[in-house]
Design a binder for this molecule. Structure first.
Ligand SMILES: [Zn+2]
Length: 323
């Protein structure tokens, strides 16, 4: 019987479920609506229905289930600690206990940004890299650190939170702070900054389309976002000597709009170490969080193998630097 692992990405609107082979290749996937207003049991129940459907389509021996969820989670206890207002009955919910009870296999819970980085570092754009900062430019700005081949979440679980340190201007942030990268580089911020310049209320996607047409205000908003991301990269490189960066989230799909300014800023202010910096867009697209959650299962059940990455990358076939 083929050994299978399942990864689940529970987002505010949709839940993505992937069925992976042992090497994290995605064999099948399903996307279902997240019943976020109906409580934790309904959300996990919707994911479990999708898992059962996938297992019917691809029979095998299920080794375990990894779940990535937005918000603050207790990754050891498998419980959600703090969730956004859009989720009802999610904070406090014991996710892994419910999955283990329903499926009879081990289950693990990760914060979605940590899962994103684990996915990219094990099977995505930075596969095989031992030291990486991951950033997600989505509704908010998330960050996570991969050091020495493993996630580093710090003594209080908040390491790598580059979206919420000061020094990126003066604008008020959604977290209550001021001058955070999130005020420049999240999808919500791009739309807000464009609205302030033009008086027009549009989505981040519409700002990207306007920038693509050469709209000067839209271009300026994306340039400020890219310059902020570059500053975050330089701070991280200077502090930790990390030289590889992977950027995901919806805003990163407009890579052509932010990549040139990131490259220019890094060239103008190279790190004192003199080591070149590699900045790559996410390679797993919408699967990254779910694949990373599945990778946690492999890491927990086979820790020696997991720290080696997927073994696909060597000196000869390193992905070429994008910046
Ligand atoms: Zn903030």
């Amino acid at each position: 019987m083929t050994a299978l692992v399942v990864g689940v990405d529970i987002g505010g609107t949709t839940t993505q479920v992937v069925l992976c082979a042992g090497d994290l290749t995605v064999a099948d996937r399903l996307e279902v609506p997240t019943p976020a207003a109906e409580g934790g049991a309904a959300m996990v129940g919707a994911a479990l229905d999708a898992v059962r459907l996938l297992l019917d389509r691809t029979p095998g021996r299920l080794l375990g289930v990894g779940v990535g969820a937005a918000g603050v989670v207790d990754a050891r206890a498998g419980r959600v600690l703090v969730a956004s207002d859009s989720f009802r009955g999610w904070a406090g919910f014991g996710v892994t206990a419910e999955v283990e009870r329903a499926l009879g296999v081990p289950a693990f819970l990760d914060n979605d940004v940590n899962a994103f980085l684990r996915g990219e570092a094990m099977a995505g754009a930075v596969a095989g890299e031992p030291d990486v900062l991951g950033m997600t430019l989505g509704t908010g700005v998330g960050g996570a650190l991969w050091l020495n081949g493993a996630l580093y979440d710090g003594p209080h679980g908040a390491a790598g939170e580059i979206g919420h340190v000061p020094g990126f201007g003066e604008l008020p942030c959604t977290c209550g702070g001021r001058g955070h990268l999130e005020t420049l580089a999240s999808g919500r911020a791009l739309a807000a900054r464009y609205g302030e310049r033009t008086g027009r209320a549009v989505s981040a996607r519409e700002v990207a389309e306007a920038a693509g047409r050469g709209d000067a205000d839209a271009v300026a908003v994306y340039e400020a976002a890219g310059a902020g991301v570059a500053r975050a990269i330089l701070v991280t490189a200077g502090l930790l000597d990390v030289t590889t960066f992977v950027i995901g989230g919806g805003v990163s799909r407009s890579w052509a709009l932010i990549e040139p300014v990131i490259r220019r800023t890094l060239a103008a202010e190279p790190p004192v170490s003199g080591h070149p910096l590699r900045v790559l867009p996410a390679g797993l697209g919408g699967d990254a969080v779910a694949v990373g959650a599945a990778a946690r299962v492999r890491a927990e059940l086979d820790p020696h193998r997991a720290t080696k990455g997927n073994g696909k990358v060597n000196e000869e076939n390193q992905p070429s630097p994008t910046v």
